[in-house]
Unconditional design. Sequence first.
Length: 130
Amino acid sequence: MQRFWIWLLASSVMVLTGCATLFPDTDHPAGAPPEAKRLSFTMIARNYRCEPSVIAIDREGRSALVKVTIRSEGARHVFSIPDLEIRRYLDPDQEATVEFLAERSGVFEFGCTRFPWISPLDHKGKLAIR
């Protein structure tokens, strides 16, 4: 019975304040070194998908300051790159910019979802950093 009341309270808080209270935006300020490569991308969040769904970054062996400008069309989206601890809420027809410092290589999943996490059912994009 106690679990029910905890669940009810948590659900009420999320409904009244929105998921952003429990899962705030996370965007790390990028203190990029002067020699860092600068890269910019534009993305559209539409129908809970990110377009383009594949982004490739060549760091050329150094750090890269990556700036992604995302526009949400028609609905509220949550842009996230979980492995880089990035999350940004986008209201309908809003544009936001996310900056991060790419210092390691790898392939990272990202998503433009309706929830603050990427579920197995969501369409995922790939960010390849070399």
